[in-house]
Design a binder for this molecule. Structure first.
Ligand code: PCA
Length: 202
């Protein structure tokens, strides 16, 4: 049996609910294919989230780490292709808004995920749910944790798989927020389970 670390994020900015938190919490302890899942929730905080994901990886020693983030306004499941070495964006939950900062001083400009994202997209579509590869994870916290995990892969853990999936809002969030396209929690979770099944098979 292999171990998969799944991470979700806490609520942030104008989103009082983060659907990735509920998905991660519900998957915790489950077995999907060859993977036993261990979930953790990350803070939306530039000074903490990177250290937290690296600490979880060091403690849990997963074979793969799949991070989930909300992208309010997207209407498909979007596995991310690349993480870039930039922190730039709106205030995090501690009120800090970086401008054009490197995540890792002297680190690679970017890292491609080593997860089978094309197969994931095809499998999610095959399950009847909309999906496409995204070519930008932005420069906010989602890109930040994806970069941190892939930097570790490239520096120390070449055998570990690391990737990131942005998901649309859930109906629960859309009801609170008022103006964002949304999916049911069940469909969001089914899409993520489908991606984990692909990981297990490849
Ligand atoms: N989405 C944000 C950070 C936390 C989350 O769920 C992002 O896309 O960077």
């Amino acid at each position: 049996m292999k171990t998969l670390l799944v991470t979700g994020f806490e609520p942030f900015l104008k989103y009082p609910v983060n659907p990735t938190q509920k998905i991660a919490e519900e998957l915790n302890g489950q077995t999907i294919g060859d993977y036993k899942i261990h979930s953790e929730i990350l803070p939306v905080d530039f000074s903490q989230s990177g250290d937290r994901i690296l600490k979880h990886i060091k403690e849990i020693k997963p074979d793969a780490v799949l991070s989930l983030g909300l992208s309010g306004g997207r209407y498909k499941i979007t596995p991310e292709r690349i993480a870039i070495n930039v922190n730039d964006g709106a205030k995090d939950n501690s009120g800090y808004a970086p401008v054009d900062e490197p995540i890792v001083e002297g680190g690679a400009d970017g890292y491609f995920t080593n997860m089978p994202i094309r197969k994931m997209v095809n499998a999610v579509k095959g399950a009847g749910l909309p999906a496409e590869i995204s070519n930008t994870a932005g420069a906010y916290l989602c890109n930040h944790v994806m970069y941190q995990a892939l930097h570790l892969v490239n520096e120390e853990r070449p055998d570990m798989l690391a990737g990131f999936i942005h998901i649309p809002a859930s109906h629960e969030l859309a009801v609170e927020h008022g103006r964002v396209p949304s999916w049911s929690h069940e469909d969001l979770k089914r899409a993520i389970i489908t991606c984990i099944e692909v990981l297990s098979e490849s």
